[in-house]
Design a protein. Structure first.
Length: 191
């Protein structure tokens, strides 16, 4: 497995603005870091559960239809290019939506968040299953990805105000850099 490509994809998918991170940022501003951390704990649990579900479904599909892995890698690469495009054209001028900041709302948000669902359904077949298929290796990968997600959520909590101001000030530059990194990760799946 290309660890660099894997880490770039995980970092960009979890650290870049998406519904969960925007809600966390909004919660920090309106309700404080303590409430935002409760929300983040729930989001992390939901994120980890989606990764487990993805690993189980993808492992089952690969066992039943071995060629499905190639199809999932193609879908994963296409999704990464789509995500890169979305990051490039992201508009920060739209206001964020306030939502209750509870552990349960953070958990449930993951099952309603298309970014997380697509990420969880592409990272496992694109990076993990082509290289590892033993339960301990897949479980370790899921734990590592979940910890990256928790790190992203925590970063948005701890540095919410600073991060938001930085993104707004250097919005286009940050978007171009994230787009290039994500496109690189998509290409590296095939190398």
């Amino acid at each position: 497995m290309n660890i660099t490509s894997f880490l770039i994809y995980c970092m960009i998918a979890t650290f870049t603005p998406g519904p969960t991170n925007i809600v966390i940022l909004s919660t920090v501003h309106h309700l404080g870091a303590k409430k935002a951390m409760k929300y983040s704990y729930g989001a992390t649990i939901g994120f980890g559960l989606l990764l487990v579900i993805s690993a189980a479904l993808n492992t089952m599909l690969v066992t039943i239809i071995p060629k499905i892995l190639i199809v999932m890698q193609i879908i994963g690469s296409m999704y990464m290019f789509y995500l890169a495009y979305q990051i490039y054209k992201r508009d920060t001028s739209k206001p964020t939506v306030n939502q209750p900041a509870t552990l349960m709302s953070g958990f449930l948000m993951q099952f309603l968040n298309p970014k997380v669902i697509l990420f969880s359904m592409t990272v496992i077949p694109s990076f993990i299953l082509p290289n590892y298929n033993a339960v301990p290796e897949v479980a370790t990968s899921i734990i590592a990805i979940t910890l990256i997600g928790f790190s992203a959520f925590s970063t948005w909590v701890l540095f919410g105000t600073i991060f938001k101001e930085f993104l707004q000030k250097y919005d286009k530059t940050v978007n171009v850099l994230m787009t290039l990194f994500l496109a690189y990760a998509a290409i590296m799946i095939w190398i």
